[in-house]
Design a protein around this ligand. Structure first.
Ligand SMILES: C[S@@+](CC[C@H](N)C(=O)[O-])C[C@H]1O[C@@H](n2cnc3c(N)ncnc32)[C@H](O)[C@@H]1O
Length: 286
């Protein structure tokens, strides 16, 4: 019998996979570092009081923000109760009283009053969004922000690498995302979401749009080689059912490609770099 979350969720990974919690905890540390910190230095956090993190996962980023900026009230939302329970337990064990987490579906109107937040953050949510969901969510974020409030969206492209099998797995992902109109890629050769966020924000009515790029070098010998290689090892088996359901690849071909990838990413000659983009924008003051 499927749980309610499992029936309705459109995320590319089964929301009840425990391995996904562990993977996200590692991923969180990895990208906090790659992004050069929790929030941009130029953002005046001292005048803010309320922050929302959409698709917060096990809460790593939100918990660090609540710990660093004790004057802020932080709320993290995620559709997955396993993530939310984990995040709550972390908040309790760290004695953080300025943070809470709620199970909420970000593809539905968010259950907060208008003008509740100074800052809304959403990192790596492309896996549950699609071409029609983005404008709806951004419109809702505009409603939830106070005048002059900020939104901060971060998405990445898959790595470019010299591993033929990793490239093939990325290719399956790009094709599956395009097939389901989750991506804005015109040819199914990229994740194709990050590059569109500025345009989507402008069309939703946001102003003062700024973009900051970052990268993750996961080549053999680089600092992030181990954690990123472990991340792709964990990630692709979790996405496998989505690929099979999408009809992009058959099970045997997937298994062979995955086995080759696991071998290739640990070779001393392995080179892989991925790029990401954080797009910030503001709600008008009037
Ligand atoms: C790739 S993770 C990103 C986690 C976190 N933001 C980070 O930066 O590490 C995507 C998260 O979105 C959650 N999710 C999936 N579908 C969702 C939905 N419809 N509404 C809210 N969260 C959702 C997943 O449970 C997962 O925790």
């Amino acid at each position: 019998m499927l749980s309610k979350e499992r029936e309705t969720n459109t995320y590319v990974i089964d929301v009840e996979e425990g391995a996904e919690t562990a993977r996200l905890l590692e991923q969180d540390l990895l990208y906090n570092r790659a992004q050069g910190g929790l929030l941009p230095e130029e953002l005046d956090v001292s005048s803010m009081t309320h922050l929302l993190d959409i698709g917060c996962g096990p809460g790593g980023w939100a918990l660090e923000v609540a710990y660093t900026y004790r004057h802020l009230g932080v709320v993290g939302i995620d559709i997955n109760p396993v993530m939310v329970n984990y995040a709550f337990a972390q908040a309790r064990s760290r004695g953080l009283e300025n943070i809470s987490f709620e199970v909420m579906d970000a593809r539905k109107p968010l259950e907060f009053p208008d003008t509740s937040f100074d800052l809304i953050n959403a990192r790596f949510i492309a896996g549950f969004m699609d071409q029609t969901a983005w404008p709806v969510l951004l419109g809702d974020c505009l409603r939830l922000l106070k005048p002059g409030g900020y939104i901060r969206l971060t998405e990445m492209e898959t790595a470019t690498s010299n591993s033929p099998a990793l490239e093939k797995l990325h290719d399956y992902l790009h094709q599956a995302l395009k097939k389901q109109k989750r991506s804005f890629s015109v040819d199914g050769r990229s994740i194709g979401v990050g590059y569109m966020l500025g345009k989507l924000l402008r069309e939703a009515g946001f102003r003062n749009i700024t973009k900051t790029s970052f990268f993750n070098d996961s080549s053999y010998g680089a600092e992030q080689h181990y954690s990123t290689s472990k991340d792709v090892e964990l990630l692709y088996p979790l996405i496998k059912p989505y690929f099979i359901r999408s009809g992009i690849v058959d099970e045997r071909t997937f298994d062979e490609t995955y086995a080759a990838m696991v071998e290739e990413v640990w070779r001393p000659q392995h080179v892989a770099i991925s790029f990401g983009l954080t797009t910030c924008a503001q709600k008008a003051l009037d």
